[in-house]
Design a protein around this ligand. Sequence first.
Ligand code: SAM
Length: 218
Amino acid sequence: MSEVLDRWFTRWYPLLMSISERGGQADVRAAQLGRAVGRTLEVGVGSGLSLPHYGSAVTELVLVEPDRNFRTTLRRTLETVGATRPTTVLDADVERLPFEDASFDTVTASFTFCSVRRPDVGLAELHRVLRPGGRFLFHEHVRGHGLRARVQDLLAPLQAALSGGCRPDRDFAGTVRASAFRIDELVPDRMPRAFPTVSPVVHGVASRTTEDAAGERS
Ligand SMILES: C[S@@+](CC[C@H](N)C(=O)[O-])C[C@H]1O[C@@H](n2cnc3c(N)ncnc32)[C@H](O)[C@@H]1O
């Protein structure tokens, strides 16, 4: 049953998101991902909504997507967008990335950590594979406040079952704060034309500082 629901999710998710993308979400992605440079890793790429927004400063793209159905759509999106740089699609889990330490200049995630089983472990992995001085560009929907938060808590199990494990009740900013990343920018926002449980979002930039690397060596 859950396999059927998961497959169904990979079909309706891009269609539903296209409403928000047209409503302004695409501009937020463009502003975020336009800052990616060098060898760049994106985790949980889904159908590839972020792909058109990487700029010419990105020299190589490594795209991690564990869902087989999303990978099929992603490959089709790549054909549409056109390969302007070496690009690899990989079946992997952000909690156990098959990359060397400090091997990326930029890492990115959008609406991914709502579905990751252990977000703190995923963040530690992103921190490990990012080079000192490199940046993590993120964009995630989060638990809101007041009545909305209570509705999000209530609907979390149902939403997770219908949406590939996506939970609307996560404090992503708190998880980044508790991680080894240094937060450089954190913007609370609203996803335009979004379902109310996924409307509150945070986007921002976090870094792996050079001090972190020195601390890890000593
Ligand atoms: C809601 S979709 C977001 C897709 C895309 N990032 C976007 O902005 O539209 C969540 C994505 O996270 C992926 N995901 C879930 N758990 C993951 C994990 N442990 N490691 C990597 N990706 C994961 C899912 O397969 C899915 O592609």
